[in-house]
Design a protein around this ligand. Structure first.
Ligand code: PRP
Length: 283
């Protein structure tokens, strides 16, 4: 009963992401059929499978100590929670969208219009701060078809790749906020030592996923310039080589920048440039 309780999304796109991340961080559990609970092997931790939109409230109420959910859902819930870690996945933006061929140019023109959304609280705050009075139509899904159904003139919905907008011939009028998957914690911080251990483990995986390890040899004369190209997470490791004119570097580089960094290093005179993917780390 005193076990640490972690909420994991039971369905939707977050479910697989969250379970994979926790498993990779060494929390070994398996969901049997559609069961709502699982026990973590060799650790006093219980997993509860919950709807992502219920996660913030249930965490604030103390039903779970930690939970994985979207920061959009935390904002919409309005409850007060500690955000412990950004998980680097599920990045999206919440946007006001209107028909591609409509005349809307700016949000102020939405005065008196109907806006369909499953984010009424965040939308309300946005409209208030922009001094726009509009009528909100709160719904829980399929927001993108509400204009075609004649229910609204505009919608407020999540945009990730933009495919849903394109398929429904909609365009973004304004962006309300940017969100991603986060690890939340109840502010009472029950079982804080174990919770911190879980946070540290997840942090190791999240950082490892966004960085690669780059190794290369560089003439000592070019070291300062090379360090500018690859400053590293803290600082690069520099090792001597048998040839005193050269040295070897090991450094963390953001995955999205690796190819461009390799090209720049090669132009600078580096050789034997190798990228290694890391799966976990403690920095
Ligand atoms: C979200 C959102 C959009 C879609 C946007 O729905 O409501 O419909 O993703 O993504 P895109 O820009 O990549 O097309 P989700 O799939 O999370 O399901 P939902 O209908 O349950 O919200």
């Amino acid at each position: 009963m005193n076990n640490l309780r972690i909420g994991v999304p039971s369905k939707g796109r977050l479910a697989d992401l969250a379970a994979e991340l926790l498993n990779q961080a060494g929390l070994d559990f398996r969901r049997q059929d559609r069961s709502l609970f699982a026990r973590v092997r060799d650790m006093p931790i219980d997993i509860t499978f919950l709807r992502p939109d219920d996660m913030p409230v249930l965490c604030a109420e103390g039903a779970i100590d930690l939970g994985v959910t979207g920061s959009d859902l935390v904002a919409e819930s309005g409850v007060s929670l500690d955000e412990r870690l950004r998980l680097g996945v599920g990045k999206c933006r919440l946007a006001i969208c209107v028909p591609e061929d409509s005349d809307f140019q700016k949000p102020a023109e939405l005065r008196g219009c109907r806006l369909a959304t499953s984010f009424p609280r965040v939308t309300e705050e946005y409209l208030r701060s922009h001094g726009v009075e509009a009528h909100l139509v709160p719904i829980t899904g399929s927001v993108e078809v509400m204009i075609a159904l004649g229910v609204a003139e505009a919608i407020v919905d999540l945009v990730e790749t933009g495919s849903t907008l394109a398929a429904n011939r909609l365009r973004v009028l304004d962006e309300i906020g940017r969100y991603e998957t986060v690890l939340i914690q109840n502010p009472d911080r029950r079982q804080s030592e174990l919770a911190d251990r879980v946070v540290r483990r997840l942090e190791g995986v999240v950082i490892a996923r966004s960085y690669s390890l780059l190794e290369y040899n560089i003439p000592r004369a070019k070291l300062a310039e090379a360090e500018k190209i690859t400053p590293g997470f803290n600082s690069p490791t520099v090792n001597p080589l048998e040839d005193p004119e050269w040295c070897a570097i090991r450094v963390m580089v953001r995955r999205g920048e690796v190819i461009e960094v390799m090209e720049r290093l090669e132009t600078l005179g580096a050789s034997a440039i190798l990228e290694t993917r890391i799966t976990n780390c403690r920095l």
